[in-house]
Each structure stands twice: as C-alpha cells, then as structure tokens.
Design a protein around this ligand. Structure first.
Ligand code: COI
Length: 360
C-alpha cells in the first residue's frame, strides 16, 4: 500500500452543524489528494487541510473537460460506527469514466483505504438526523498546461467531503418532472454512462426551462429518436406497473447507478418482477391511461429514493398517487436507509465499516 502523508489541523473534535444542511454547501476541514504523472504513476498522497486550488489558466480540464467524479456516502450508525455504502462500485465506475476519457485509473483498494482514513479523521462531521449523511465527492482532472487537444499526461485526484441533508428542497415529498424533447443529454456510445462534468453542463439549460415552469427535474429521452425514457436529471428512473417494475435498460447513454443496481436487487429479493427494458414515453402515457401505473420513482446516491408526483409531456399531465409518495417508494427508501445506517444485517455485503480509533 502506498504511503499517505498526514498534514492535519490541530482542532477540536466537535462540529456545530446548521439545522438545515442542504446539499453540498459546507465542507469538512480536510481532503485527500494525489497526483499522477506517467513517470511516477499516482504519487504524493496526502490528507491535508482543505484549501484553494492553484491551477494554471491553461490546465486542460478547464478547456476540454477531461474530468470525472463520483458521489457516494458515509453514514453514522446508532452505535456510532461509520459505514460506507458500496464504495468499490463507485470506484469501479470512476475508473470506467476515466477509461472513456483517456485518464489513468486509480487503484481501487488504495482509494478505499485513503477514503476510510479521510472519513475516519472527519467522522465528527457526519450528521446523524434522518436522511442525513456525509456525501463523498472523489474527482479526477487533467492538469497539463497547453491548448492542443490531446489527453493530458498529468492529473490530480481529490476526495472532498460534505455533510448533507435531502437533495431536493421537497425532502421526501414527490417531485414534479418535465419531459424534455427539445434538447438531449447524451447519445448512445457518447458519454452518458460517465460521470463527467460535461453531462451535467449539457443538462443545465433544460433544467432551467423546467424550473421556470415549476418542475424540479427533467426527464430525458433518448438522444436518437427522443422516444425512449432514459433518466432524470440526477437520478435513474423506475416505473411501477401492475405486473412489473420497469427501469430503462443501460443502452450506453444512461448512468450505471449504484442505487439503481441496489434497488433492482432488493425488488427481486422481495419477489417483484423487474425488467430492464426500453420503455417509450408513449408507452408510459398509454399505461397511465389504462390505469396500470402504480407509481414512479427515481434513485440516486444524492436523492436515495425520490417519489415522482407528476410528469408533464407536451399536453399530457400524468399525476401519480394523489401527490403522496407511493408505498413501494417509501418501503424502498426505508430499506435503503436500514442498510446504510446498519439497522439490519447486511445480507448483501453492501456496506464497509470505517475503522475508528479506539479513543472515541
Ligand atoms: C449523486 O447522486 O451522487 C450525484 O452525483 C448527483 C449529483 C448531485 C450530481
């Protein structure tokens, strides 16, 4: 295992968190960082105080978007243990994004080790109220300073931590989503599977249009025919029909959600039929008018499970469950939290414990 250098602040171990955390607005005191060069590979691993970055204006990530990130969470259990939810899946996905963007992969065992060290040092920042967690943002970006378009040779990897509450201002109340058929987020074989900043930049205009119409999120259709449902702004989507639960199949343009995979696993474990298949917006409308839609919900690390109360597509307004979260979404939300907060035996091996020094 490569060595990590520790440059730690001398500080009190108590943190006063505000009553409303929001999402990604306050940051803990320390970050993990390491650098990459072809000669040295990943090196210079350090846990150090959070500070401003100093980058050259020609750094390649600024101009050509060669960057990738992840979002995962740490939870404090009722007996003060700290659990990470499926960190290896997140680092595998980070490496897949890195490969697509011609960036070096990280060593997953080392990244998890570094993450555990950082979270252990920052454990006093982990909030404990219902639905709150420590959100973990690992990211990787290109640092060569030149303006020709080619893969960078040098990179930086950082892990940043932020105590968070609910992602949406609605909390667990159902969100309203607007179907977008004027713009597309990505196309198959593009970068939709990657967690790369450009995909989020591509979503902003449509999200603003939706927001002005009173909608929280955009439902994206496929980039070729604008016919098939793909994903919601920051979530994968599930449609609970009378005899199956459907989620769009991973055709290349959709993020491989870790919560998505966990929810599919849980639903099948509960005996429900889950089909990962193409589902068109026209089919959703038809199923709705036939009375077959029991509920719609989104899944994501930030959002966990978010019930959808309304979908608007041109002149069609689909309303679900009288504006209340559907029973299946509530059950899934509770079960995901049970795993994440270690309240039930982890029969799927989804969580990893962060070793905490014996002194606490
Ligand atoms: C996540 O769910 O972790 C995300 O990355 C969504 C987001 C806040 C960009």
């Amino acid at each position: 295992m490569k060595n990590i250098r520790y440059e730690l602040l001398n500080r009190e171990n108590n943190v006063n968190l505000p009553p409303e955390l929001g999402f990604g607005q306050i940051f803990t005191d320390h970050v993990f960082e390491m650098d990459y060069s072809p000669e040295q590979g990943w090196h210079n691993s350090v846990i150090k105080p959070l500070s401003q970055l100093s980058v050259h204006p020609a750094a390649m990530f600024i101009h050509y978007g060669q960057a990738a990130f992840e979002g995962m969470k740490a939870f404090k259990t009722d007996n003060n243990q700290v659990l990470l939810f499926r960190p290896e899946r997140h680092f595998i996905r980070l490496n897949n994004s890195a490969k697509r963007l011609c960036m070096p992969e990280v060593d997953i065992d080392f990244a998890i080790h570094a993450l555990k060290e950082l979270v252990s040092i920052e454990r006093h920042w982990i909030p404990t109220r219902k639905g709150e967690a420590l959100y973990i943002r690992p990211f990787l970006f290109a640092l060569d300073t030149q303006l020709g378009v080619r893969p960078s040779r040098t990179y930086k990897f950082i892990i940043l931590l932020t105590p968070v509450g609910a992602y949406y201002p609605e909390g667990f109340k159902p969100v309203k989503i607007l179907v977008q058929d004027e713009y597309v987020r990505t196309v198959r074989k593009g970068m939709g599977e990657c967690k790369t900043p450009g995909n989020y930049a591509a979503s902003l205009l449509a999200a603003e249009i939706a927001r002005k119409e009173g909608y929280t999120q955009v439902l994206w259709l496929d980039g070729v025919e604008q016919k098939y449902i793909e994903e919601v702004g920051t979530m994968n989507i599930f449609i609970h029909l009378k005899d199956e639960v459907v989620t769009p199949k991973l055709t290349g343009g959709i993020l491989h959600g870790v919560t998505r995979a966990s929810v599919i696993h849980l639903l099948r474990d509960w005996g429900l039929t889950v089909n990962e298949r193409l589902i068109s917006i026209d089919e959703l409308i038809q199923q709705y008018h036939n009375g077959n839609v029991m509920g719609v919900f989104g899944t994501g690390t930030a959002a966990v499970i978010s019930s959808v109360g309304e979908i608007k597509y041109n002149n069609e307004l689909l309303k679900f469950n009288d504006g209340e979260p559907e029973e299946l979404a509530i059950k899934l939300f509770d079960e995901m939290l049970n795993f994440q907060y270690g309240r039930i035996p982890d029969r799927f091996g989804w969580t990893q414990q962060v070793p905490i020094p014996v002194s606490i």
